[in-house]
Design a protein around this ligand. Structure first.
Ligand SMILES: Nc1ncnc2c1ncn2[C@@H]1O[C@H](COP(=O)(O)OP(=O)(O)OP(=O)(O)O)[C@@H](O)[C@H]1O
Ligand SMILES: N[C@@H](CCO)C(=O)O
Length: 321
């Protein structure tokens, strides 16, 4: 998170009174993250996370996310569970925003993942995909290839403020991806934002996955490409083949990749890099006044995109003949 919306004490106490969670003991804003407003909430019943949903989360999508977390948890994925109020509802309203209380998960995120962490992630991602395969609800990925050009056009004229040549590079990449984006890959529920800050570890074991607010129905291999971008580069944004191989091998042991998925992988990796380049770019230029948030650097994803552009085929990632 971040904190975009401040919650007044009286309002919070009144909100909490609609739950069976005992009295409010403390509530502190969390500085991590960039999308929603999150608070650590301690009540007589224990520790929770209070989330107020901000601009990128459509209220109409919240039942999808909340039902998905319940579905996955019932199939053994450790993820936050929405807490229902006395009327049996998980979704409420606080400080003028849609708001939800979820269970608190133990564990800590790894800032510099090692090979073993990438392997653990690959296995968990495949298990997540299998656990979500019978989830009945669908949600289109608004941040897939059709969404990127409209997103960029909101502030394309300022691209040179972020990096020289960025506008031409993004325009050319959009042309390429719109022409070559794979359409018929195996699909289902994907997390779509499984970055290191959304994965909790206890030692080398994954103890929980959080932040399902970009989850959607899309190609499984695209989710894997997002993870490869987020987990398998070093601090100087250089690709780490041993980490990529660990991620992909662990994933494929649980959910094998088809030849179409392998062939499409370099394109998916480019698309994933562009997606995060674009959202970071837009956020970089549009920090709301007064918000407690540190926008993430779009140039990190520019470097990753350039790497993927240079990949001749999937063998660069250790897969394919
Ligand atoms: N269920 C939970 N249990 C424990 N801590 C949590 C939980 N949910 C969120 N957090 C804490 O709050 C922080 C922000 O949460 P989250 O990643 O969901 O926010 P966000 O704004 O959606 O972030 P992002 O930038 O990753 O999209 C996490 O990094 C974690 O420290
Ligand atoms: N994980 C995203 C932020 C949340 O969408 C990023 O690092 O750009």
């Amino acid at each position: 998170m971040a904190v975009y919306t401040l919650v007044d004490d009286e309002e919070l106490i009144a909100f909490l009174a609609t739950y069976d969670l005992g009295p409010l003991l403390s509530c502190k804003g969390i500085a991590e993250g960039v999308e929603n407003s999150n608070y650590y909430l301690h009540t007589g019943a224990g520790s929770f996370i209070l989330t107020l949903y901000e601009k990128r989360v459509a209220e109409a999508d919240l039942p999808f996310f909340l039902n998905l977390m319940e579905h996955l948890a019932a199939r053994g994925v450790t993820c936050p569970l929405p807490v229902k109020n006395c009327a049996g509802l998980a979704l409420g309203r606080l400080a003028g925003r849609p708001a939800v209380i979820v269970t608190f998960l133990d564990g800590y995120s790894i800032h510099h993942p090692e090979i073993a962490h990438c392997a653990a992630l690959g296995a968990n991602l495949a298990q997540l995909h299998l656990a979500g395969a019978d989830f009945a609800q669908r949600r289109r990925n608004a941040l897939s290839v059709e969404g990127w050009r409209p997103l960029f056009s909101t502030c394309a004229s300022r691209a040179e403020e972020v990096a020289t040549g960025l506008r031409a590079l993004v325009d050319a990449e959009l042309d390429h991806l719109e022409r070559n984006w794979p359409r018929d890959l195996p699909s289902g529920v994907i997390h779509a934002d499984l970055f290191p800050d959304n994965v909790f570890f206890l030692g080398e074991r994954i103890s929980g996955l959080i932040d399902f607010y970009f989850a959607c129905t899309d190609a499984y291999a695209y989710d894997l490409a997002i993870c490869l971008n987020a987990w398998c580069f070093d601090a100087e944004h250089r690709y780490q083949p041993d980490k990529g191989a660990a991620l992909l091998d662990a994933y494929r042991r649980i959910r094998p990749l088809s030849s179409a998925e392998i062939e499409a992988f370099p394109t998916l990796a480019r698309g994933a890099a562009l997606r995060f380049l674009l959202t970071r770019y837009v956020d970089w230029l549009n920090v709301p006044p007064g918000a407690l948030v540190r926008p993430k650097d779009p140039r990190e994803y520019l470097a990753k995109l350039r790497f993927h552009q240079s990949a001749a085929d999937a063998r660069v990632y250790g897969v394919g003949a």
